[in-house]
Ligand binder design. Structure first.
Ligand code: NAP
Length: 302
């Protein structure tokens, strides 16, 4: 686990950057092994339109691929791309042997059917792991690809020496990309999981009574600093998934990134906590790279 950073602070800081570096070291070895067998992993990213945040995310993924020696194929399509044009692009990438993984950057423009697009991706190349086939495999404990953010949170805890088995994990938020898959990963019959999981959401009664019972509290709601010290148990582990951009007149661009947890009030009460930024964030792209390498490794056995 990370060292205590400030003398006045009781909690350990769990830093995604440190954990992800260890995973990247393993990935470099796996990529080298693939290359010895004539296989270069390839990630194809489709971006429809010119949403600035999506452009930043796509750029980050491209940079990480290049750093690791993964081929990066970017397909930037105009905002008025039709459903059929997008489906045709996915069919083309499904059939392309150079492409191990396909990712469609979400959200898509409103006129496009996101669910149909996700289902059109070959499940073997579904490195975001949003396809119902891969989500089904995850539920029955047979997954080889896992959704990036939940898998990253799991790896972060395991590799930081946080014991999950037998613990009461409370997850705040039930989205398809974080809360629901994470609950499944942590309740699997596995010595690195085996948690008792409670999921709470906006319709939950006695919300803070439940968060106060958590040995491990994971928050993914998108509400800046909603979770305060009075809502957590003494000595709990806190994983803050939230990324909220708030106004901050003291910041250079007038904005600051904060989590869903009120870090300053909570840090003195808990045993470990992820900061925002620098906590969960770096794990998501790391697990995407890991899924891309896993997808490429399938060709070793084909
Ligand atoms: P989402 O799809 O908007 O889902 C939010 C969930 O939180 C919903 O289940 C909602 O309940 C619940 N919720 C909202 N307000 C609540 C409240 N006051 N009390 C209890 N539950 C509440 O969000 P998401 O995509 O999961 O993302 C959540 C946060 O994580 C966002 O800040 C996002 O930016 C961040 N995120 C970060 C990463 C990363 O890599 N670090 C990755 C993904 C997401 P209902 O279902 O009842 O509406």
């Amino acid at each position: 686990m990370s060292a205590k950073v400030w003398a006045s602070m009781a909690a350990d800081l769990i830093l995604g950057k440190d954990v992800s570096e260890k995973i990247y070291a393993d990935l470099r070895d796996r990529i080298a092994r693939l290359k010895q067998n004539g296989i270069v992993p390839g990630l194809a990213v489709i971006l429809v339109g010119d949403d600035p945040a999506s452009q930043v995310y796509v750029g980050m993924k491209d940079k990480k691929c290049v750093e690791l020696g993964i081929n990066s194929y970017q397909h930037i399509l105009p905002a008025d791309t039709t459903q059929e044009e997008l489906m045709a692009k996915i069919r083309e990438l499904n059939a392309d042997d150079r492409v191990s993984g396909i990712l469609v950057q979400l959200p898509l423009p409103k006129h496009l059917d996101e669910s149909a697009v996700i289902k059109a991706i070959d499940p073997d190349k579904d490195v975001d792991c949003f396809h119902p086939f891969n989500l089904g495999k995850m539920i029955i404990g047979e997954a080889d690809l896992l959704p990036a953010t939940p898998a990253g949170i799991h790896q972060m805890m395991v590799r930081s020496g946080i014991k999950i088995a037998g613990k009461h994990v409370v997850i705040v938020g039930r989205s398809n990309i974080v809360g629901k898959p994470l609950a499944n990963i942590l309740m699997q019959k596995d010595e690195n999981a085996d948690a008792t999981v409670t999921v709470v959401h906006s319709r939950t009664a006695n919300f803070s009574e439940l968060t106060k019972m958590a040995d491990i509290l994971i928050v993914a709601i998108g509400k800046p600093r909603l979770i305060t010290a009075d809502m957590v148990k003494e000595g709990a582990v806190i994983i803050d998934v939230g990324t909220n951009r708030i106004d901050d007149p003291t910041a250079k661009n007038g904005k600051r990134l904060v989590g869903d947890v009120d870090f300053d009030s909570v840090k003195d009460k808990v045993s470990a906590i992820t900061p925002v930024p620098g906590g969960v964030g770096p794990m998501t792209i790391c697990m995407l790279m890991s899924n891309t390498v896993t997808a490429a490794e399938r060709r070793l056995t084909k």
